[in-house]
Structure formats: structure tokens, C-alpha cells
Design a protein around this ligand. Structure first.
Ligand code: HEM
Length: 202
């Protein structure tokens, strides 16, 4: 729940943040990758960076979450948080990485909205960010525990046993484990993140 101080400020600034979310998302990524180019080397999908729609997902979800905090604080969007957490866990994200996104997202909000971001406005959006980030971190901790894995052990090497060309643009890969760890059945809609070496060495 937002504090009594932050609530009216978020309510008043939500429309302007929403209207500018595309630009905020673009500046956020540009600034973050300039400072941390390593994040594009195997964590953030480079293909998604070429796609404006996908770029908006992260910043857009913070704005959407703020809408719930303002309008229906008793019914926060569990489906949204779960989906994001599943994606994060499939990538082995760690709680301490939240600070990176915080720093660059807040920078982008100030950069795009300029003087409208007073100290009070910045503090209110800080609260939104950390409420959401902490809810995600808790969910992600539960998901790691449920499969008895951690960000360090979530990635695993598989051998491609078969490649089946189903149609001109659809390929099925049959993979086999290369260790004696259990293979758990996937759930419908579950994310499966795949990491492989690109031609440029990344
Ligand atoms: C409050 C904090 C955060 C929010 C609201 C958030 C939100 C999102 C959303 C909405 C997606 C897309 C999910 C989907 O495709 O279904 C996503 C994906 C992702 N997030 Fe987060 N995220 C947060 C923190 C972080 C942090 C701290 C990192 C790591 C530095 C991170 C890394 C990623 C990556 C790598 C993806 C996959 C996107 C891609 O490869 O293009 N996120 N996140």
C-alpha cells in the first residue's frame, strides 16, 4: 500500500507518466545499457531491444501497477506479478539487481518529465517502484525455493538430440539432459529461457 503522502502524488502524476511511458522506456534502456553494456551480453534479449512494444513492457508494468495501487489497492494484479516473476526466475535474476533498474528507471522519469519531478514526486514513484520490486522479489524467492534452485543453479546445459523442421519457419528441438538432475514436466505457458552463443561471440 502506498503511504498517505505518496498516494495523492502518484494519483496526480499517473496520467503524465502514462502519456510519456514510451519515451521513458526508451531512455531507461538507453541509459542503463550505456552504463552497463554487460547486461546485453546474455541477460536482456537483444532482439527485444529492436522492438519498441517489448521495450515498453518493464516501464509500462510499473505504471500499470501504480494504477492498481491508486484505484484498487486491495486487489493488486497477481497475474501480472506472477508472469513477470516467472520470466525473471527463468533468467536467474537476483534480488540485488533491483537497484540497477531502480537507478535508471528513476533517471528516465526525471529526464523525460523534467521540472515536473519535484522531490515529492520522485519520492512517491520511488515508493511505487520498491513496493513492486519487493513483491516480485518475494514471489521469485518462493519460485526458486519451490524447485530447490537458486539464481546460480537455474541454468543448465542440454544436448540437442534431434532437430525437426516442422514447417518453413518452425523448428522443434528435442533436448536431452547432460547431468543426472531430475527433469520436471513443464507447465502450460511456462517460460523456457534459452541461452546460446551468437555468431559475434556474445
Ligand atoms: C520493479 C522491478 C521490475 C519490473 C516491474 C519488471 C518488469 C518486467 C516485465 C513486465 C518483463 C516482461 C515479462 C514478459 O515478457 O512477460 C520483464 C522482463 C525482464 N526483466 Fe524485469 N522487471 C523488474 C526488475 C528487473 C530487474 C532488476 C532486472 C535485471 C537487471 C530485470 C530483467 C529483466 C529481463 C532480462 C527481462 C527479459 C526481457 C528481455 O530479455 O527483453 N527486471 N521485466
Amino acid at each position: 500500500m502506498l503511504s498517505d503522502t505518496a498516494l495523492p502524488v502518484v494519483k496526480a502524476t499517473l496520467p503524465v507518466v502514462g502519456e510519456n511511458i514510451r519515451e521513458i522506456a526508451q531512455r531507461f534502456y538507453a541509459h542503463m545499457f550505456e552504463a552497463r553494456p554487460d547486461l546485453l551480453d546474455g541477460l536482456f534479449n537483444r532482439g527485444n531491444q529492436a522492438d519498441g512494444q517489448q521495450q515498453q513492457a518493464l516501464a509500462g508494468s510499473v505504471a500499470a501497477f501504480a494504477g492498481y495501487l491508486v484505484n484498487t489497492p486491495d486487489q493488486l494484479p497477481d497475474h501480472l506479478l506472477s508472469r513477470i516473476s516467472h520470466k525473471h526466475v527463468s533468467l536467474g535474476l537476483r534480488p540485488d539487481q533491483s537497484e540497477i533498474v531502480h537507478e535508471h528507471l528513476m533517471w528516465a522519469i526525471v529526464d523525460v518529465l523534467g521540472g515536473a519531478v519535484t522531490e515529492e514526486v520522485a519520492a512517491a514513484w520511488d515508493e511505487v517502484y520498491w513496493l513492486m520490486a519487493n513483491m516480485l522479489i518475494n514471489k521469485e524467492r518462493g519460485m526458486y525455493e519451490a524447485v530447490r534452485l537458486s539464481p546460480e543453479t537455474i541454468w543448465r546445459t542440454w544436448r540437442v538430440a534431434q532437430r525437426i523442421q516442422e514447417t518453413d519457419d518452425v523448428v522443434t528441438f528435442v533436448v536431452e539432459r547432460t547431468d543426472d538432475r531430475e527433469v520436471k514436466p513443464s507447465l502450460p505457458g511456462q517460460y523456457v529461457s534459452i541461452k546460446l552463443q551468437m555468431p559475434d561471440g556474445v
